[in-house]
Write a protein that binds this ligand. Structure first.
Ligand SMILES: Cc1cc2nc3c(=O)[nH]c(=O)nc-3n(C[C@H](O)[C@H](O)[C@H](O)COP(=O)(O)OP(=O)(O)OC[C@H]3O[C@@H](n4cnc5c(N)ncnc54)[C@H](O)[C@@H]3O)c2cc1C
Length: 283
C-alpha cells in the first residue's frame, strides 16, 4: 500500500494535538488506541499524530457532570469504582461487553464513539444517558449532543477538524434505573443481533422518564420513541415491558423497511428490549 506519511508526532497536551489538527488540515491521522485504524489510509495523510500521551484518561464527577476522558480504555471504564455506581453501573457493564482482551485494553472511548460502527457498544449507552461529547478545534471548545455526533457529516469532522476530549453525562442520571444486554451467538462475538440499553427514572412504581436505545440493528444506535411512549407514566410492570418489546419490533420493522435480512434481528430485539426493561425497573 502506498501512502504519503512523512512525520510521526506525539503531542503531550490537548492544545498541542488540536494545534496540529488545525495547522495541517486534512493531512493528519489521529491515533488513539489504534484498534480501528483504516487499512486504506487516505493519500492526503502526511502526519500521524499518536495522542496516547495526551492526559485524557480521567473519570471524575462534579455537581453537573460525570466526565470521562476520551483516552479511557474499555478496561479502565469496566473497573472504575465511580462508573460501577453510576446509573446501576450501566456504562461499566457496557464496556465489559467488548469482545476480546486486546480491544478492551487498547481501544478507547473516543475511538469508539467518533467512528461508531453499528456494532460498537458505547454509543447506545451514552445516547441513552443524554451524554454530550466535548471537542476542541484548537481555538474553542464545543459540546455536541450525542445524537448529533452519530450523524455521518458531523462524525467526519472528528479527527480532521475536532479532537474529542471528553464525554459528559448529566449528574442527574447517577441515580437512574438502568440495565443493558446484548444478543449474540457467543459472548466473544463483536457481531451481535441486537444491543439494548434502557435507562430511566421511576416514582411510586411508575416510569417518569425513560430511554430505550437499540444498537446493532440499524446503521447507528437509535432511541425507540414508540416503545418509550408505551412506558411513560405507566406502572413499571411486566405488561408495560411486553408492550414496549412489541413496540420495539414494530418500530424496527418500519425503520428497516421490513427487510428480510433484518427480520430475525427485529424480532429478537423486541424480546431483548422486554427483558432489559424488566431488569431496569425491577425493585
Ligand atoms: C478484533 C476486534 C474486536 C472488537 N470488538 C469490539 C466490541 O466488541 N465492541 C466494540 O464496541 N468495539 C469493538 N472493536 C472496535 C474497536 O476496538 C473500538 O471501536 C475502539 O474503541 C476504537 O478505539 P481506538 O482508540 O482503538 O481508536 P483508533 O483506532 O485509534 O481510532 C479510530 C478512529 O477514531 C479517530 N479518533 C480516535 N480518538 C479520537 C479523538 N479523541 N478525537 C478525534 N478522533 C479520534 C481516529 O482518528 C480514527 O479515525 C473491536 C475491534 C477489533 C479489532
Amino acid at each position: 500500500m502506498k501512502n504519503n506519511i512523512r512525520q510521526f508526532c506525539f503531542p503531550t497536551s490537548v492544545a498541542e494535538a488540536a494545534r496540529l489538527l488545525s495547522r495541517a488540515k486534512g493531512k493528519v491521522l489521529v491515533v488513539a488506541g489504534g484498534t480501528r485504524l483504516t487499512r486504506n489510509i487516505s493519500p492526503q495523510v502526511e502526519i500521524v499524530a499518536d495522542i496516547s500521551d495526551v492526559p485524557l484518561k480521567h473519570i471524575k464527577a462534579d455537581k453537573k457532570w460525570l466526565k470521562i476522558g476520551a483516552l479511557c480504555t474499555f478496561d479502565e471504564m469496566e473497573k472504575s469504582p465511580l462508573l460501577a455506581k453510576w446509573a446501576c453501573g450501566v456504562i461499566a457493564q457496557t464496556a465489559a461487553f467488548v469482545s476480546n482482551a486486546p480491544a478492551r485494553h487498547m481501544g478507547t472511548v473516543g475511538g469508539n464513539v467518533v467512528r461508531p460502527h453499528p456494532l460498537n457498544n458505547l454509543p447506545a449507552v451514552f445516547l441513552a444517558l443524554d451524554a454530550v461529547a466535548v471537542a476542541t478545534d484548537g481555538r474553542k471548545e464545543k459540546s455536541f449532543p450525542f445524537a448529533e455526533i452519530l450523524k455521518p457529516e458531523v462524525m467526519r469532522e472528528f479527527g480532521s477538524k475536532y479532537l474529542l476530549t471528553e464525554i459528559r453525562v448529566p449528574a442527574v442520571t447517577k441515580s437512574w434505573s438502568a440495565a443493558t444486554d446484548r444478543l449474540a451467538a457467543t459472548k466473544t462475538d463483536w457481531e451481535a443481533w441486537a444491543n439494548c440499553v434502557v435507562v430511566g427514572a421511576k416514582k411510586d412504581g411508575r416510569c417518569l422518564d425513560v430511554r430505550i436505545v437499540l444498537g446493532a440493528v440499524l446503521p447507528r444506535a437509535t432511541r425507540m420513541a414508540e416503545a418509550e411512549a408505551c412506558l411513560l407514566g405507566q406502572p413499571c410492570d411486566e405488561s408495560a415491558a411486553w408492550a414496549a418489546g412489541f413496540a420495539v419490533t414494530a418500530e424496527l420493522q418500519r425503520l428497516t423497511n421490513a427487510s428480510e435480512a433484518k427480520a430475525y434481528a427485529c424480532e429478537v430485539a423486541g424480546v431483548l428490549a422486554r427483558r432489559v426493561v424488566i431488569a431496569a425497573f425491577q425493585d
